[in-house]
Design a protein around this ligand. Structure first.
Ligand SMILES: [Zn+2]
Length: 163
């Protein structure tokens, strides 16, 4: 089995391993070795435990990127969002499986492990997390269902380009 296939078939490995302060219950991602929230940082050294984020959260802020960074040219326009996870930490990531006009603040999303980019012909592939809409679209076997009009769809969003 190829490495890429291994990762695709291991959906729980989102690389979202953070840490949690058992003193004040604050979750950190990336993980921290001491808790900056607690009054005495030093005392929290042995209070920090590994914590796996669920990857679920809501879009807190986002921007539609039209000028892609090198290696992302094929993907424009794409949505880069600040996602507030249910556990607290803010994550930055691309929102996929949705048309940019459909992304809204408050949209429920879930981290998904995807290929980020490929370098050169030799194909050094980087994997990491991206976000996809959570809810019905993620649960159904028919991915096209997510293109169905939703109740919150604003007027003027009829400019969806076919994929
Ligand atoms: Zn703490």
């Amino acid at each position: 089995m190829s490495v890429a296939r291994f990762w695709r078939e291991t959906p729980r490995r989102y690389n979202l391993g953070g840490s949690k302060c058992t003193n004040c219950n604050t979750v950190y991602f990336p993980p921290r070795s001491v808790c900056p929230t607690c009054p005495s940082h030093r005392k929290t050294l042995e209070k920090m435990v590994p914590f796996q984020l669920s990857g679920e959260g809501t879009v807190y802020s986002f921007t539609v990127v039209h000028d892609a960074a090198e290696g992302f040219e094929m993907q424009v326009p794409y949505v880069l969002a600040l996602v507030k996870t249910v556990e607290g930490p803010m994550l930055t990531g691309q929102v996929v499986d949705v048309n940019p006009p459909e992304v809204k603040i408050g949209l429920r999303v879930r981290a998904t492990f995807r290929k980020l980019r490929e370098e050169g012909a030799a194909g050094v592939i980087h994997y990491g997390y991206k976000f996809a809409p959570a809810g019905e679209a993620g649960a159904g076997p028919e991915p096209r269902a997510r293109l169905a009009p939703v109740a919150s769809s604003p007027a003027g969003s009829s400019d969806r380009a076919p994929a």
